[in-house]
Design a protein around this ligand. Structure first.
Ligand SMILES: NC(=O)CC[C@H](N)C(=O)O
Length: 227
């Protein structure tokens, strides 16, 4: 399976994402600079965390106009897995590939620590290796992680089971403690916590690895050949 890690000016979690895929997951991965225009050769697209364009205007608001974003949209439409972590989530929101918006953390402080997350939906291509309802530990590191959407959007997120992860206790002001959501089709996931920083017990947790394993498992099932 071939993964792309999109690199924007100001991305800083691209190396961790690359390491998680190459060294911990053992899959093929390449960096793709933001001014490229095709992702045809990749099976899954990863938008890493960081401070694209210095978080000017709003986090992700400038990166969403990068040339590569048209290819990210095409990949999403084609049903490929698209994962945005932290700043990657912010870019996906700004691009309209996920509903809602990100605001500054309720207490206006940057929060950087491991947090407990509940797996609310283990039937997505990103979460199928987890037990539904299980509590996992994944670190967060953000200033703008206060997820917001209107009541109508919240109702549809709940109805369609699009909320994949929630914070176990109040963290940053996010509505209904939402930490990660998918699009309606289920192939685009945005999450504020960093699974790529939780892929080895040496890092304090390996709970993030199952997320990447889920993507591979789902892809292999879809591409199984019968001989
Ligand atoms: N780690 C990150 O991706 C940081 C995200 C973002 N720029 C923020 O501080 O909110």
């Amino acid at each position: 399976m071939k993964f792309a890690v999109i690199v924007f000016p100001g991305s800083n979690c691209d190396l961790d994402m690359f390491h998680a895929i190459k060294d911990e997951l053992g899959e093929d991965v390449s960096y793709v600079w933001h001014d490229e225009t095709s992702l045809d050769r990749f099976d899954a697209i990863l938008l890493p965390g960081g401070f694209s364009y210095g978080d000017y205007l709003r986090s992700g608001a400038i990166a969403r106009f990068s040339p590569i974003m048209k290819a990210v949209e095409e990949a999403a439409t084609a049903g490929k897995p698209v994962l945005g972590v932290c700043n990657g989530f912010q870019v996906l929101l700004e691009a309209g590939l996920l509903p809602g918006a990100m605001r500054k953390n309720a207490k206006l402080k940057f929060i950087c620590k491991p947090v407990a997350l509940k797996v609310k939906n283990s039937e997505t291509m990103f979460s199928m290796a987890y037990e539904e309802g299980s509590v996992i530990t994944i670190p967060v590191a953000h200033g703008d992680g206060n997820y917001y959407c209107d009541q109508e959007t919240l109702a549809s997120l709940e109805k369609n089971n699009q909320i994949v992860f929630t914070y176990e206790s109040e963290l940053n002001g996010s509505i209904n403690d939402i930490a990660g959501i998918t699009n309606e089709k289920g192939n685009v996931l945005g999450m504020m916590p960093h699974p790529e920083r939780a892929v080895d017990s040496l890092l304090g947790s390996e709970d993030g690895l199952k997320l990447f394993k889920s993507i591979v498992k789902h892809w292999r099932e879809q591409h199984a050949t019968t001989s």
